[in-house]
Design a protein around this ligand. Structure first.
Ligand SMILES: C[S@@+](CC[C@H](N)C(=O)[O-])C[C@H]1O[C@@H](n2cnc3c(N)ncnc32)[C@H](O)[C@@H]1O
Length: 415
């Protein structure tokens, strides 16, 4: 925009940090209650600190403006020794005469970085410190084609919808959605009904969070990993086992035909099962009864709710109905920014009679787990009680002791 500097006025906000105001739009760059306080609240605390730590975090910012969000992110990268790649988009770049009057560098004790932030060339990758690499793009954000499946976090910090109508459209959010990795988040100060609906229609799961001083609410929108993806992963995992069992059945049935009385039946049996939770694949509504014993929150019973996704299929291979190998996979999403993936392998022994309809298993194994904040391998103690309902079907209860115990009711099919 021509002559943008004549339209800008500088002001000091309540926390002592400076900000700008567009006179022609009557629109501020930040809240008058505190520019640094607001950016920290919305983008750093609700955004950056909420996502999973990984070797590199890729961030996209829509609306570079004063560079405050970039500077706070650079500060985080330096303090936390976290590699960050930061791409920022600005439709109306500010001239140096204005950015040099901003006091963020001084307040945050990052004068050198703040100076660099504004002096580096546009359309070039540059490092502000060892951990923070950035690229500035001077273009309208709605006109850009973004790299797909790349960003972990988006700061959506452009002017409000009434001033930049084209930017808050579904087509733009669709593009941003595609540019994000699974479980990536978009954070914005704008909590308008229209914006929430548009984000939802683009596939985001949205969450309202308390706003900074002077603002009731802010928005965090998440791109959830699709249930279908997990289902396919499970199919891949289970396919070899199913193929093996199929071969077994064919061999056994031929043997039955040939030897009549002396049927040679395999000592291996296969069981596949699911917990009793009704699951809607590809959606996020599900029912689960979960009892957790983790101190303060000993009991949590949750029925329905939009933010709950739980898969718990399991596979069991037993030898002679005595020695069991059980493996299960679990993806659990509880609200925003809180998910867990687990993969168990347990060996157990059946304490009940071999030919009985009841199976009592006690075993131990290992669990690979991953949540947004941590991951690793943990030991597991495992207890399971199963009762045959018919020749193939069974039902039972499983208690899985990890750092907190989980109880599951399950249905199974043995072949
Ligand atoms: C609310 S200000 C916030 C800027 C910045 N994050 C900061 O901390 O100073 C909004 C910014 O978005 C920019 N902007 C407005 N429309 C845009 C668009 N369509 N594409 C990219 N940037 C845009 C404005 O020029 C302005 O710098």
């Amino acid at each position: 925009m021509e002559g943008i500097d004549s339209q800008i006025e500088i002001l000091i906000t309540e926390d002592g940090s400076s900000s700008l105001r567009r006179k022609d739009l009557q629109e501020g760059y930040h809240s008058t209650h505190g520019a640094i306080a607001e950016s920290n609240h919305i983008f750093i605390n609700a955004g950056l600190k909420n996502i999973e730590r990984k070797p590199q975090i890729n961030i996209l910012e829509i609306g570079f403006g004063t560079g405050l969000n970039a500077l706070l992110t650079c500060e985080f990268a330096k303090k936390e020794k976290q590699n960050i790649f930061y791409q920022t988009i600005e439709k109306y770049p500010l001239p140096k005469e204005i950015t040099s009057k901003l006091n963020y560098g001084k307040i945050l004790n990052m004068e050198e970085e703040f100076e660099m932030l504004h002096s580096i060339n546009w359309e070039e990758n540059n490092n502000l410190n060892t951990y923070f690499e950035m690229r500035k793009t001077a273009q309208a954000a709605e006109e850009i084609s973004y790299k797909e499946n790349f960003f972990d976090l988006i700061y959506f910090d452009a002017f409000a919808p009434q001033f930049e109508e084209k930017l808050w459209q579904k087509e733009v959010f669709d593009k941003l959605f595609l540019s994000m990795k699974d479980n990536a988040c978009l954070v914005t100060y704008c909590c308008k009904g229209d914006v929430k609906r548009t984000l939802k229609s683009s596939g985001f799961q949205i969450e309202k969070l308390p706003g900074p001083k002077g603002k009731r609410e802010i928005l965090r929108a998440k791109k959830l990993a699709s249930g279908i993806k997990h289902f396919l992963l499970l199919l891949i995992l289970f396919f070899p086992m199913l193929a093996f069992s199929q071969k077994n059945i064919v061999e056994n049935s031929q043997a039955v035909k040939e030897t009549k009385n002396k049927t040679k039946v395999s000592k291996f049996h296969h069981t596949i099962g699911f917990n009793l939770t009704p699951i809607m694949l590809g959606g996020y509504k599900s029912f689960e009864l979960q009892v957790l014993g983790d101190g303060d929150n000993f009991r949590r019973v949750k029925f329905g709710g939009l933010h709950y996704l739980n898969f718990l299929p399991y596979y069991q291979l037993d030898y002679n109905k005595k020695i069991y190998l059980t493996t299960y996979y679990r993806y659990n999403h509880v609200g925003f920014g809180d998910y867990a993936q687990m993969c168990n392998i347990n060996f157990s022994y059946n304490f009940h009679k071999k030919e009985s309809k009841t199976t009592v298993l006690l075993g131990a194994g290992a669990m690979y787990y991953k949540t947004n904040s941590k991951g690793g391998i943990a030991p597991v103690l495992y207890f399971s009680y199963n009762q045959k309902i018919s020749e193939h079907f069974g039902a039972g209860l499983t208690m899985d002791i990890f750092y907190n115990p989980h109880f599951f009711a399950n249905l199974s099919y043995t072949f």
